[in-house]
Design a protein around this ligand. Structure first.
Ligand SMILES: [Zn+2]
Length: 144
């Protein structure tokens, strides 16, 4: 699950102080998306703290509207096409990936991703089909 935060440094410090998240947690920059991110696990759930590095970034715009908080939940799936077909059959709306300007399934660094609009309890849904070894070689360079 991904949280939109104003400051990754500050938010991470709170997770480390209150929830014993590892002091070794690294912060990375996603260049194409102009986003600074800290990634860590609590139990088996991956947490991402996301800070836009520009004012009109995906997360800073979201914070302007809603304040800091849960931005989206990513579900790892085995077959993204099947999952999207199922969701669309039930009238789900796809959301554009702002970084890539694409609707529906498309390659990102770790796998194929697609976004649904915020119809599920007001939270954006991301699906990810993690690459096989072969797909990883093919798509790794082209993603966000
Ligand atoms: Zn994308």
């Amino acid at each position: 699950m991904a949280f939109a935060v104003r400051s990754v440094d500050k938010a991470l410090l709170n997770f480390q102080s209150f929830l014993s998240v590892s002091q070794k947690t690294e912060k990375v920059i996603w260049e194409k998306a102009d986003t600074k991110v800290a990634i860590f696990f609590i139990n088996d759930i991956e947490f991402q703290l996301c800070e836009s590095l520009k004012d009109n970034g995906r997360f800073s715009e979201w914070i302007e509207k809603y304040g800091e908080g849960l931005h989206h939940i990513c579900y790892e799936v085995d077959d993204i096409k099947k999952v999207l077909e199922h969701a669309e059959k039930h009238n789900a709306r796809l959301r554009k990936c702002d970084a890539c300007n694409v609707y529906g399934s498309h390659p990102h660094p770790e796998g194929f991703v697609a976004f649904l609009d915020d119809e599920v309890a007001g939270t954006e849904i991301e699906f990810m089909q993690v690459y096989t070894e072969e797909e990883l070689k093919k798509y790794k360079v082209t993603g966000v």
